[in-house]
Ligand binder design. Structure first.
Ligand code: SF4
Length: 267
């Protein structure tokens, strides 16, 4: 049955359980662990309402959520054979108190068994329960690129520079990557307003200097068109090396799953 979490309020899970949309084995599609065999756990529920969200079935709609015990999830992840376990969403950090404890137990158990744990987040929340339980935070700040000027940020889509600075201070230099999705204009070129937004965020984050910064073309196209958008974004980044991007740990990367499988789910 379709459910929606009220904005800002997570739906509670039964004790010992997590609200899960889907799990599957895949090749990691993004970032510094791109291409690594990964057991993906898509958690349900999100604190934002991005109109362009490509996983509404798992973010604020939650129509496919089911509750699974953390020990069952641990066994599924270990059984998969993958060296990485990635928690995505929805928003993995947007949990009720009991569910967050279950997530922390699961992450610690996986690390104890020698697996690497990655958490993808919009970077608004940094739960203390996950201290020391995550190998790689993948933080993707959100904004509304359809708005002109100003902060380009709304309650539905926003970022928090203070929270981003805290991520950088605590996890930069090995445990963090910053991911920015760049949309394209009508010519297929990276949208300058998105690149300017990224630069303005990073300019306010001197703590991010040692952190991998990922520029990822939006995933609303595939095939030759997507390759062309990747090339255009790469050329824009190279053109900025003598200017803003000088010395940054910058990576222009595709979404690998999109290159291999297009729009197919569970890839
Ligand atoms: S933060 Fe991510 S999961 Fe949540 S609505 Fe925005 S795009 Fe979707």
């Amino acid at each position: 049955m379709s459910q929606a979490n009220p904005p800002g309020v997570p739906i509670e899970a039964r004790p010992g359980c997590l609200r899960v949309t889907e799990t599957y084995l895949c090749l990691e599609g993004e970032g510094v662990s791109l291409g690594c065999p990964t057991f993906l756990v898509r958690l349900s529920g999100c604190n934002l309402r991005c109109w362009w969200c490509d996983s509404k079935f798992s973010s604020f709609d939650e129509s496919e959520a089911r509750e699974l015990g953390w020990e069952a999830l641990r066994d599924m992840a270990l059984e998969s054979g993958a060296g990485w376990v990635s928690f995505t969403g929805g928003e993995p950090t947007f949990r009720g108190g009991g569910e967050m404890e279950s997530l922390a137990l699961l992450c610690r158990a996986l690390r104890g068994a020698g697996r690497k744990v990655k958490v993808e987040t919009n970077g608004l929340l940094l739960p203390a329960a996950l201290d020391g339980a995550v190998d790689l935070w993948s933080v993707a700040p959100k904004w509304d690129g359809s708005l002109d000027g100003g902060a380009q940020s709304t309650p539905a889509m926003r970022f928090d520079l203070g929270a981003l600075a805290e991520f950088c201070r605590r996890f930069g230099g090995g445990g963090l990557q910053l991911k920015f999705v760049i949309t394209s204009d009508s010519r297929g070129l990276p949208r300058e307003s998105d690149l300017e937004r990224v630069r303005s965020i990073l300019a306010a984050l001197p703590e991010a200097r040692r952190t991998p910064v990922l520029l990822v073309p939006e995933g609303l196209s595939s095939g030759a068109d997507y390759a062309a958008r990747c090339r255009a974004l790469g050329e824009a980044a190279l053109a900025g090396l003598k200017d803003f991007w000088r010395g940054w740990d910058l990576r222009v990367l595709p979404q690998w799953h999109r290159v291999l499988y297009g729009d197919a789910r569970k890839r």
